[in-house]
Each structure stands twice: as C-alpha cells, then as structure tokens.
Design a protein around this ligand. Structure first.
Ligand code: CO8
Length: 257
C-alpha cells in the first residue's frame, strides 16, 4: 500500500515511520490515523521487523488531532463512530515502538507519543495537552497516561492550563527517556531501535507486555504475571542461545523463536 500522509522506510530490522503532513504540522486526521495504524500493524506481523520508530518533522512531531476536520462534528457523529477508538489497534501492537519527538507534540500528538513505548526527545521538543483552550479535553489517553507518567500535579496543571512542557522538564519528570540534539534525533532513535531489534523478538514483546502490565494492575498481579512470563521464556530457542552465548563468551545470534 502506498501512503500519502506518512513515509515508511525499513532500516535493517527497524521500521522508520515519519508523519508527513508538514503544512498542517502533522495534525492527525482520519487518513493519517488509518495509515499509521495500517503501517504499524503490518510491521507487527512481520518477523523481519523488531522495532518501530515514529517521528515527525523538525517543527512538529504532531500538533494534535486535526481541528479543521473535527470542528463541525456533532455529538452523534463523534460518539456514533467512537472517534479515536481505532487507536486501540495501535495499542495492541506488540513490537516495541519508540516516539522520536522534535518540536510540537500537542494534544493528540502528545497522546500518540505517549502511546509509544518510550519517548526520545529532541532538545526542541514541546509537549502539551492544550485541548482545554479549544473548549474540550484530551480524548486519546492524555488525561490518563500523562497522570500516570508524570504524576497528578503536573498532569492536572498541563491539562487545565494547556501550558507546554519543554524537553528538559519532560525528561526530569519521566515523560521522555532522554534528550538528544535535534540534529541527531532520528539517527539516535534508529540506533536505539536497532539495539532493541537485535534482541530476541519474543523476549522484547514479552518485556513490553510485562512493563505495560505495571500500569494496568496491582503490584501483586504484575509480579505474578512477570514471573509466569519469565518461566515461559525457557520454551524459546532464544533463551537457550542467549545463555549459551554468554557462557561461551560470544555474541548471541537470536532466531527470534
Ligand atoms: N489541526 C489542524 N491544523 C493544524 C493544527 C491542528 N491541530 N495545528 C496546526 N495546524 C495548522 C494551522 O492551522 C496552520 O495551517 P494554515 O497555514 O493553513 O493556517 C499550520 O498548521 C501551521 O500552524 P500555525 O500557523 O498555527 O503555526 P504556529 O507556528 O504559529 O503555531 C502551534 C504552532 C502552536 C502548534 C499552533 O499551530 C497550535 O496551537 N496548534 C493547535 C494545537 C492544538 O490545539 N492541538 C490539540 C488539538 S485537539 C486534539 O488533539 C484532541 C485529541 C484527541 C485525540 C487525538 C487522537 C490522535
């Protein structure tokens, strides 16, 4: 399938997906939504892809859901079509996804970045949930994920005032894993993704599932889940190879099985 609002490129075992609606600062419209979900779902099913990087432009990762597309919708239309529910398919992707954020990540853009497994921030990144200024509120996880990732005080202030958070603050409060110079962002993200994609894919998928479980369940349940998944890993060829390679003092070659 050829895409119009995103660019895709395979680098080794990494899919690099670039949001590409520059005139609208990568505002997330229905077409971009469908294309991103199609591309990540396909990559998830591809055993040759071990990690996905989603990025935008220097100016904007994404400036939110497309306001012009939403402006005249009625309640019956947004509720009837359960607008944004399609993103649940994005959340079901088991391959690790890195958000490489430069410039604005606002509203749905910040929510998309938070739906990824971690955020690498360029020093130019600006995060925000400015929906309140439009007379609405976050609709794709902003009120929930931001509160879990940065805590109630910051999440509440950001969602109620719409103020933006720069990269330094985002890293300090745990929203971004680290900050890199804007010029190096994509290369650094691909480099990080290449490390992940070189690991056993089943181990990476199970690790993603286990860490995400920490946000969905009690500590006791999460610990039980982790232990059972750890046990299951001994059924993989990659566990045998990884441990043999360590003992034999050589690099592991994973078969992703
Ligand atoms: N939707 C549609 N078009 C947009 C959006 C947007 N969110 N953001 C920017 N644009 C367009 C502008 O209209 C403008 O187009 P044109 O040249 O045709 O007028 C172009 O992009 C450039 O924008 P600006 O001229 O405004 O550029 P500035 O550098 O002056 O300002 C800002 C940049 C600060 C980012 C500014 O554009 C802005 O405030 N944008 C809107 C940010 C916002 O409110 N985002 C939240 C949107 S609501 C939302 O996301 C709900 C989430 C629900 C879930 C989504 C699921 C993914």
């Amino acid at each position: 399938m050829s895409y119009e609002t995103i660019l895709t490129e395979t680098r080794g075992r990494v899919l690099l997906l670039t949001l590409n609606r520059p005139k609208a600062l990568n505002a997330i419209n229905a077409q971009l939504t469908a294309e991103v979900i199609e591309a990540v779902t396909k990559a998830d099913a591809d055993p040759e892809i071990g990690c996905i990087v989603i990025t935008g432009s220097e100016r904007a990762f994404a400036a939110g859901a497309d306001i012009k597309e939403m402006q005249h919708l009625t309640y019956a239309e947004v509720y009837g079509k359960d607008r944004f529910a399609d993103w649940e398919r994005f959340n079901a992707v088991r391959t690790p996804i890195i958000a490489a954020v430069a410039g604005y990540a606002l509203g749905g853009g910040c929510e998309l970045a938070m739906m990824c497994d971690f955020i690498l921030a360029a020093d130019t990144a600006q995060f925000g949930q400015p929906e309140i200024k439009l007379g609405v509120m976050p609709g794709m996880g902003g009120s929930q994920r931001l509160a879990r990732y940065v805590g109630k005080a910051k999440a509440m202030e950001m969602c109620l005032t719409g103020r933006m958070m720069d990269a330094t603050e985002a890293e300090r409060c745990g929203l971004a894993s680290r900050i890199v110079p804007a010029a190096d962002l994509v290369e650094e993200a691909v480099k990080t993704a290449t490390i992940i994609a070189g690991m056993s894919k089943p181990a990476a998928m199970m690790t993603k599932e286990a860490v995400n479980r920490a946000y969905e369940t009690t500590l006791a349940e999460g610990l039980r889940h982790e232990r059972r998944v750890f046990h299951a890993m001994f059924a993989t060829d990659d566990q045998k190879e990884g441990m043999a390679a360590f003992v034999e003092k050589r690099p592991a070659t994973f078969s992703h099985k």
